[in-house]
Design a protein around this ligand. Structure first.
Ligand code: NI
Length: 174
Protein backbone atom coordinates (compact mmCIF):
# COMPACT_ATOMS: atom_id res chain seq x y z
CA UNK A 1 0.00 0.00 0.00
CA UNK A 2 1.07 3.57 -0.60
CA UNK A 3 0.31 6.99 0.73
CA UNK A 4 -0.93 9.06 -2.19
CA UNK A 5 -0.42 12.74 -2.90
CA UNK A 6 -3.52 14.76 -2.01
CA UNK A 7 -4.78 17.29 -4.58
CA UNK A 8 -5.22 20.75 -3.13
CA UNK A 9 -7.79 23.39 -4.00
CA UNK A 10 -6.91 24.82 -7.38
CA UNK A 11 -6.13 21.44 -8.99
CA UNK A 12 -8.78 20.97 -11.71
CA UNK A 13 -9.41 17.31 -10.73
CA UNK A 14 -11.27 18.61 -7.65
CA UNK A 15 -13.68 20.55 -9.85
CA UNK A 16 -14.60 17.88 -12.39
CA UNK A 17 -17.50 15.47 -11.82
CA UNK A 18 -16.06 11.98 -11.22
CA UNK A 19 -16.97 9.01 -13.43
CA UNK A 20 -18.97 6.02 -12.21
CA UNK A 21 -17.02 2.77 -11.76
CA UNK A 22 -18.32 -0.30 -13.61
CA UNK A 23 -18.61 -3.59 -11.64
CA UNK A 24 -15.86 -5.05 -13.83
CA UNK A 25 -13.52 -2.12 -13.20
CA UNK A 26 -14.29 -2.32 -9.49
CA UNK A 27 -13.06 -5.92 -9.37
CA UNK A 28 -9.76 -5.03 -11.06
CA UNK A 29 -6.54 -5.17 -9.02
CA UNK A 30 -5.82 -1.54 -9.99
CA UNK A 31 -9.06 -0.23 -8.45
CA UNK A 32 -8.79 -2.49 -5.39
CA UNK A 33 -5.28 -1.16 -4.85
CA UNK A 34 -6.52 2.42 -5.30
CA UNK A 35 -9.10 1.80 -2.55
CA UNK A 36 -6.41 0.38 -0.23
CA UNK A 37 -4.19 3.38 -0.95
CA UNK A 38 -7.05 5.83 -0.35
CA UNK A 39 -7.69 4.23 3.05
CA UNK A 40 -4.00 4.42 3.94
CA UNK A 41 -3.81 8.05 2.76
CA UNK A 42 -6.91 8.98 4.79
CA UNK A 43 -5.34 7.42 7.91
CA UNK A 44 -1.95 9.05 7.35
CA UNK A 45 -3.48 12.52 7.20
CA UNK A 46 -6.10 11.91 9.92
CA UNK A 47 -8.99 12.41 7.53
CA UNK A 48 -12.48 11.17 8.37
CA UNK A 49 -13.16 10.70 4.67
CA UNK A 50 -11.45 10.82 1.32
CA UNK A 51 -12.76 10.85 -2.25
CA UNK A 52 -10.87 9.51 -5.28
CA UNK A 53 -10.62 12.95 -6.99
CA UNK A 54 -8.61 14.07 -3.93
CA UNK A 55 -5.91 11.58 -4.95
CA UNK A 56 -6.12 12.67 -8.61
CA UNK A 57 -8.43 9.85 -9.73
CA UNK A 58 -11.70 11.15 -11.26
CA UNK A 59 -13.74 8.12 -10.13
CA UNK A 60 -16.84 7.84 -7.95
CA UNK A 61 -15.20 6.21 -4.95
CA UNK A 62 -15.15 7.55 -1.39
CA UNK A 63 -13.90 6.08 1.90
CA UNK A 64 -14.85 7.11 5.41
CA UNK A 65 -13.83 6.13 8.88
CA UNK A 66 -13.87 7.87 12.25
CA UNK A 67 -12.06 6.42 15.21
CA UNK A 68 -10.20 8.48 17.82
CA UNK A 69 -9.44 11.15 15.23
CA UNK A 70 -7.21 14.00 16.44
CA UNK A 71 -8.67 16.37 13.82
CA UNK A 72 -12.24 15.64 15.00
CA UNK A 73 -11.85 14.63 18.66
CA UNK A 74 -15.58 14.85 19.47
CA UNK A 75 -16.83 13.00 16.39
CA UNK A 76 -18.74 9.75 16.88
CA UNK A 77 -17.12 6.59 15.52
CA UNK A 78 -17.89 5.53 11.96
CA UNK A 79 -16.74 2.10 10.80
CA UNK A 80 -14.57 1.94 7.70
CA UNK A 81 -16.92 2.31 4.73
CA UNK A 82 -16.20 2.34 1.00
CA UNK A 83 -18.87 3.97 -1.16
CA UNK A 84 -18.77 3.40 -4.92
CA UNK A 85 -21.14 5.32 -7.24
CA UNK A 86 -23.13 6.64 -4.26
CA UNK A 87 -26.45 8.45 -4.49
CA UNK A 88 -27.94 10.33 -1.58
CA UNK A 89 -31.49 11.42 -0.86
CA UNK A 90 -32.27 13.91 1.91
CA UNK A 91 -34.84 12.61 4.40
CA UNK A 92 -35.46 15.96 6.05
CA UNK A 93 -35.67 19.43 4.59
CA UNK A 94 -33.94 20.93 7.62
CA UNK A 95 -30.22 21.35 7.72
CA UNK A 96 -27.79 21.47 10.63
CA UNK A 97 -24.75 23.73 10.87
CA UNK A 98 -21.40 22.30 11.97
CA UNK A 99 -17.69 22.67 11.35
CA UNK A 100 -15.96 20.99 8.43
CA UNK A 101 -12.44 20.80 7.13
CA UNK A 102 -10.95 19.09 4.10
CA UNK A 103 -7.59 17.45 3.33
CA UNK A 104 -7.60 19.38 0.03
CA UNK A 105 -8.05 22.72 1.85
CA UNK A 106 -5.45 22.36 4.61
CA UNK A 107 -5.60 24.13 7.98
CA UNK A 108 -9.02 25.76 7.50
CA UNK A 109 -12.42 25.10 9.03
CA UNK A 110 -15.80 26.55 8.23
CA UNK A 111 -19.41 26.12 9.32
CA UNK A 112 -21.40 24.24 6.67
CA UNK A 113 -25.13 23.47 6.54
CA UNK A 114 -25.92 19.81 5.75
CA UNK A 115 -29.03 17.66 5.75
CA UNK A 116 -29.45 15.96 9.12
CA UNK A 117 -30.66 12.65 7.73
CA UNK A 118 -30.03 11.04 4.35
CA UNK A 119 -30.62 7.78 2.58
CA UNK A 120 -27.51 6.42 0.90
CA UNK A 121 -27.35 3.86 -1.90
CA UNK A 122 -23.93 2.72 -3.11
CA UNK A 123 -21.84 -0.28 -4.01
CA UNK A 124 -19.26 -1.53 -1.52
CA UNK A 125 -15.75 -2.41 -2.66
CA UNK A 126 -16.89 -5.91 -3.63
CA UNK A 127 -19.65 -4.53 -5.85
CA UNK A 128 -22.50 -5.39 -3.46
CA UNK A 129 -25.36 -2.92 -3.29
CA UNK A 130 -25.64 -1.19 0.08
CA UNK A 131 -28.56 0.99 1.15
CA UNK A 132 -28.68 2.65 4.56
CA UNK A 133 -29.79 5.72 6.43
CA UNK A 134 -27.23 8.05 7.97
CA UNK A 135 -27.74 10.91 10.41
CA UNK A 136 -25.77 13.65 12.13
CA UNK A 137 -22.00 13.67 11.70
CA UNK A 138 -22.11 10.44 9.68
CA UNK A 139 -24.54 12.05 7.20
CA UNK A 140 -22.32 15.15 7.13
CA UNK A 141 -19.18 13.21 6.18
CA UNK A 142 -21.04 11.35 3.43
CA UNK A 143 -22.46 14.59 2.00
CA UNK A 144 -18.97 16.15 2.07
CA UNK A 145 -17.46 13.18 0.21
CA UNK A 146 -20.40 12.95 -2.18
CA UNK A 147 -19.81 16.61 -3.07
CA UNK A 148 -16.19 15.82 -3.97
CA UNK A 149 -17.53 13.28 -6.49
CA UNK A 150 -19.62 16.05 -8.09
CA UNK A 151 -16.67 18.48 -8.26
CA UNK A 152 -17.77 20.50 -5.24
CA UNK A 153 -15.99 21.42 -2.01
CA UNK A 154 -17.43 22.48 1.34
CA UNK A 155 -16.69 26.16 0.68
CA UNK A 156 -19.37 26.03 -2.06
CA UNK A 157 -21.95 25.05 0.60
CA UNK A 158 -21.16 27.71 3.19
CA UNK A 159 -23.87 30.34 3.64
CA UNK A 160 -21.19 32.96 4.22
CA UNK A 161 -17.50 33.03 5.04
CA UNK A 162 -17.69 34.72 8.44
CA UNK A 163 -16.88 31.42 10.21
CA UNK A 164 -13.99 30.48 7.89
CA UNK A 165 -10.86 30.26 10.06
CA UNK A 166 -7.51 28.64 10.55
CA UNK A 167 -7.74 25.68 12.94
CA UNK A 168 -4.84 27.04 15.03
CA UNK A 169 -6.80 30.28 15.61
CA UNK A 170 -9.98 28.41 16.52
CA UNK A 171 -8.06 26.43 19.16
CA UNK A 172 -6.87 29.57 20.94
CA UNK A 173 -8.83 30.57 24.01
CA UNK A 174 -9.86 34.22 23.78
NI1 NI B 1 -12.86 17.06 1.60
Amino acid sequence: MSILKVARLGHPVLRRPAQPVSPRELRSPAIQRLIDDMIETMREYDGVGIAAPQVHEPLQIACLRVRDNPRYPRAPRIPLTVLVNPTITPLSSESDDDWEGCLSIPDLRGVVPRFGRIRVVALDRKGRRRAFIAGGFHARVIQHEYDHLQGRVYLDRMRDFVSLAYVTELMKKR
